[in-house]
Design a protein around this ligand. Structure first.
Ligand code: CO
Length: 460
């Protein structure tokens, strides 16, 4: 019996607990040790890391990846990709998706975990194909949620479709921490029976279920679990790596992990957590257990977003109403899993509906686009009455939205940037986050000219 581990401290734990604010220099000294810990993979890139590097840390995300690769030549480096969304918040054309995947692999990625917020496989296809074509591993990720249409059969069908697209593993991605031990056991079993691929389980401690869920998943034959080294585990992050290593090994599972390296990693990250607590980046509330998500079936991040939206609008008294309205909007919209970007769409509409006193009186541009079909096919059909109220006489698009996008986005961006872009990676950063990337390029130039001046002085 064997269960392997994906370590998330550099990506999901970092993102869930401290909004991805850990700069490269902070974790660089531990990378050489981490390289030989024996992880199945190290999740270190993608998700929000890319945006945050450019926006807040004045770091080139591509350079971060290359540096990690150099320090960790043996570990399998993994990233999270939002299918046709890449790492941004809208859909991109196939050409951009392919270029981004190629660049990620070229700069050091071994495994790309690919998901779509609606579990629409037509949004995964291009990224999966290109990953396989580059010789990297494509891990097909199922966004886990509960609804009348999210049956065991529906998930198995999805896993089969991903396998047919060339996935080398299937990941069950429970971003809200609502996957129960029993549901995990049944789901892992069903997928293992249906496809001949490793099954990976990803969950969060938010509701307190995660350790039990992993244990039952391991019993059901899960091949890999996602965990975070203890100082960055718990709460909205993953369960602790060492704890699960300890418990599973005693139960007779081989983990392949080196306990000494785990110990070193924990010692290394403990004071770093302390720093983030002292400066307020790590809010102790993120470390607690919150079972509200189980009652309302709403991810923790969404609950805090609803609260802050209502607070800004001076309507905190409407919180209970907004909580009840959220699942109704989600049902109207065909039960999308609540994950970026659908969680934002559903949450803001629920707030709008409650505040305006009339449902769907005010509708944002994004939800309109969602109803037109720009995000893909919804798990269940959108309520026809609601769609008519939102779209009026406008008709939903036929076919795949990405096929309707301009084909020359890359060339246009390249021209717009001129000599500010030094390589294809720069152009891709710009396409995903235009203003943020441009600001970063200006900062980079200023910084480099200062360094050059400094080194000249020293030579003289
Ligand atoms: Co996650």
């Amino acid at each position: 019996m064997k269960v392997q581990f994906t370590e998330t401290v550099l990506r999901d734990a970092n993102q869930s607990l401290i909004a991805t604010r850990m700069p490269y220099e902070k974790f660089e000294p531990i990378l050489e040790s981490m390289n030989r810990a024996g992880f199945y993979s190290v999740e270190c890139w993608g998700g929000a890391t890319f945006d945050v590097c450019l926006r807040y840390l004045a770091e080139d995300p591509w350079e971060r990846l290359r540096k990690i690769r150099t320090k960790m030549p043996d570990a399998r480096l993994q990233m999270l990709l939002r299918g046709q969304n890449i790492l941004g918040y809208k859909h991109y054309s196939d050409d951009i998706v392919r270029r981004f995947v190629r660049a990620s692999v070229r700069n050091g990625i071994d495994i790309i975990r690919i998901f779509d917020a609606l579990n629409d496989v037509t949004n995964l296809k291009t990224a999966m194909e290109e990953t396989v074509a580059c010789g990297a591993e494509a891990s097909g990720a199922i966004a886990y949620t509960t609804s009348p249409v999210h049956t065991l059969e529906a998930y198995v069908k999805l896993a089969r479709e991903m396998a047919a697209m060339g996935a080398s593993s299937i990941c069950i991605k429970d971003m809200a921490g609502i996957l129960t031990p029993k549901a995990a056991y049944d789901l892992v079993r069903a997928i293992k029976d249906a496809v001949d691929l490793p099954v990976i389980l990803h969950t969060h401690c938010t509701t307190g279920l995660a350790y039990m869920t992993y244990l039952k998943a391991a019993e059901a034959g899960a091949d890999v679990i996602d965990t975070a080294i203890s100082p960055f585990s718990g709460g909205t992050s993953q369960p602790a790596t060492e704890t699960l290593h300890y418990a599973l090994r005693e139960l007779g599972f081989e983990t392949g992990l080196d306990a000494d390296v785990l110990h070193q990693m924990a010692d290394f990250f403990k004071p770093i957590r302390g720093e983030f607590i002292s400066d307020g980046t790590l809010n102790p509330i993120s470390l607690t257990t919150d079972t509200q998500c189980l009652t309302y079936q709403i991810p923790g991040g969404m609950l805090s977003n609803l609260l802050s939206q209502l607070k800004t609008l001076g309507a905190l008294d409407k919180f209970e109403d907004a909580l009840l309205e959220t699942p109704r909007v989600r049902a109207d919209m065909g039960y999308p899993p609540l994950v970026t970007p659908t969680s934002q769409l559903i949450g803001s509409q629920a707030v709008q509906n409650v505040l305006s006193g009339e449902r769907y009186k005010n509708v944002g541009a994004e939800l309109r686009a969602y109803c037109r079909g720009e995000y893909g096919t919804t798990p269940a059909p959108i309520d026809p009455e609601v769609r008519k109220k939102i779209l009026g006489r406008e008709q939903p698009i036929q076919g795949r939205y990405a096929d309707t996008l301009p084909k020359d986005t890359f060339e246009t961006a390249e021209q717009a940037l001129g000599n500010r872009a030094r390589c294809e990676e720069d152009v891709l950063s710009y396409i995903l986050f235009p203003q943020v990337a441009e600001r970063f390029f200006v900062k980079r130039e200023a910084l480099e000219s200062k360094i050059t001046r400094y080194s000249i002085e020293r030579v003289e």
